[in-house]
Design a protein around this ligand. Structure first.
Ligand SMILES: *Cc1c(COP(=O)(O)O)cnc(C)c1O
Length: 396
C-alpha cells in the first residue's frame, strides 16, 4: 500500500526545494549541437554538453546508424552471451582496443555499468582497492559492490597514495583507481606518478577515461597517450556517451585475461541487454573517423585554447585545466545561479555548480568547450560572460 511513505516523500521533496538543491530539467527541442533550441522557442548556444568532439549530431554517425537499422535491425532482445552479439559488437570492441592500444574490450550499456561491474569479478576480501576521493559516483558504487578492502587517498595527492599503498601491502592484490580528468575542475590525474607508485608497491592501475578520452593527449587518446603509458594502465573504462558520439554505451578495455573474466562474471554484462546495432554501428564510425584524421580533436584543442585565453584576458578566475572543462570560479553559490540565469538570457546555456557538487565556497560555472563550436560562438560566449560579469560585480 502506498501509505505513509507518500507524505514522507513529499516532505523530503519540499526539503530539497527549500535547500535550493532541486534539479529542474530544461527541455531541448532540437538535436544536440552547439546551437540548440529550447522549448521556450529560444535559440541558445550550448556550453554544457559532454559533446567534446562535436559528434553528437554528425552526419556520418547518423548515416551509419540508419544503415545498420536496415541491415541489422533495431534491438537485440538479449544479453550478449545468449543471442545478443552481432558482428557489429565484436567490430566495435576491436576498434576501441585498437584506439587505446589495449588487448581487448568489453562493451556495457553505459560506463556506469562498466565501473559498477569491474571490481567484484576480479577482487575478493583478500584484496584492496585504493581510490581517489574525487572519483565518479559509479566507481564508488562499483567499489561498494566488491568485498575488497577500501582505501581512499586525497585527490591526486601522491604522498597520501603512497601511505595507503604501504598500508595495503598486507593484502593479496591491490588496484589503484582514478578518474583521468576530474569533471568539476578539468585537471588531469597524475597517472604517470600513479603508475610509478603502482610498480613500486605491486598494484594494478585503473583509469576512468570518460572526460579524458577523445580530449587529452596528442591525438586525443586519453591519459595513457598524454603520459606515454601505453600498456602500463591495466584497466581503462570509458563511455560512448561523451566525446564519442554521445548516445549511450560504455566499455572496459585492457589486459585480455581481465576482459575475459569480465565476460564470464561481470553482472551488468551478464544480466543486462546488449547495446542496439545502430549504436554499435555509429560507434564503429566514430573510431574510423578518429583514426582517419585528427581534425575534430585539433579543432577542440584550438577552441579550448582560444576560449581560455579570452576568458583570462577578460579577467575571469579560471581553474588550471588540461581538458575541455573550464571552471569559471565565482565561489558564491547564489552568485553562480544568478550568473547562469543571466547568461541564459544572453543566449548562453551553462550551469552553475555549488555545494555539495563542489566543496563549500567553491561555486563555479562549468563551461565545456566543443569541437562543434564556431569561433563566433566562442566570441559570443566571452562577450556574454563579460557583460554579465560586470553587471554582477564579478569583473571590475
Ligand atoms: C559520465 C561518467 C561516467 C558514466 O558514463 P555513462 O556512460 O554516462 O554511464 C562514469 N565515469 C565518469 C568519470 C564520468 O564522467
Amino acid at each position: 500500500m502506498y501509505g505513509k511513505i507518500k507524505e514522507h516523500l513529499q516532505a523530503e521533496l519540499e526539503a530539497i526545494k527549500n535547500a535550493g538543491l532541486y534539479k529542474k530539467e530544461r527541455i531541448i527541442t532540437s538535436a544536440q549541437k552547439a546551437d540548440i533550441v529550447i522549448n521556450t522557442g529560444e535559440q541558445v548556444l550550448n556550453f554544457c554538453a559532454n559533446n567534446y568532439l562535436g559528434l553528437s549530431n554528425h552526419p556520418r554517425l547518423i548515416q551509419a546508424a540508419k544503415n545498420s537499422l536496415d541491415s541489422h535491425g533495431y534491438g537485440m532482445s538479449s544479453v550478449r552471451f545468449i543471442c545478443g552479439t552481432q558482428d557489429l559488437h565484436k567490430e566495435l570492441e576491436k576498434q576501441i582496443a585498437d584506439y587505446f592500444g589495449t588487448e581487448d574490450t568489453i562493451l556495457y550499456a553505459a560506463c556506469f555499468d562498466a565501473n559498477g561491474g569491474v571490481f567484484e569479478p576480479l577482487l575478493t576480501s583478500e584484496d584492496a582497492i585504493i581510490s581517489d576521493t574525487l572519483n565518479h559516483a559509479s566507481i564508488i558504487d562499483g567499489v561498494r559492490l566488491c568485498k575488497a578492502h577500501r582505501y581512499r587517498y586525497e585527490s591526486a595527492d601522491m604522498e597520501d597514495l603512497e601511505d595507503r599503498l604501504k598500508e595495503a601491502q598486507k593484502h593479496r592484490f591491490r588496484i589503484i583507481v582514478t578518474d583521468g580528468v576530474f569533471s568539476m575542475d578539468g585537471h588531469v590525474a597524475p597517472v604517470d606518478k600513479i603508475v610509478e607508485l603502482a610498480e613500486k608497491y605491486d598494484a594494478m592501475v585503473m583509469v576512468d577515461e570518460c572526460h579524458s578520452a577523445g580530449v587529452v593527449g596528442e591525438s586525443g587518446r586519453g591519459v595513457t597517450e598524454l603520459y606515454n603509458l601505453k600498456g602500463k594502465v591495466d584497466i581503462i573504462t570509458g563511455t560512448l556517451g561523451k566525446a564519442f558520439g554521445g548516445a549511450i554505451g560504455g566499455f572496459t578495455t585492457g589486459k585480455k585475461e581481465i576482459i575475459e573474466i569480465l565476460r564470464q562474471k561481470s553482472r551488468p554484462y551478464l544480466f543486462s541487454n546488449s547495446i542496439p546495432p545502430s549504436v554499435a554501428s555509429a560507434g564503429i564510425e566514430v573510431f574510423k573517423m578518429l583514426t582517419e584524421s585528427n581534425d575534430q580533436h585539433n579543432r577542440l584543442v584550438n577552441n579550448v585554447e582560444y576560449f581560455k585565453e579570452k576568458m583570462i584576458a577578460a579577467g575571469f578566475d579560471i581553474k588550471p585545466t588540461e581538458s575541455a572543462i573550464i571552471a569559471v570560479m565565482l565561489y558564491d553559490a547564489k552568485l553562480s545561479q544568478e550568473m547562469a540565469a543571466k547568461l541564459l538570457e544572453e543566449g548562453i546555456y551553462v550551469i552553475g555548480f555549488y555545494y555539495p557538487v563542489v566543496p563549500k565556497e567553491q561555486a563555479r560555472i562549468r563551461v565545456q568547450v566543443s569541437a562543434g563550436h564556431k569561433k563566433e560562438h566562442l566570441d559570443k560566449a566571452v562577450e556574454a560572460f563579460t557583460k554579465v560579469g560586470k553587471e554582477l560585480g564579478v569583473l571590475k
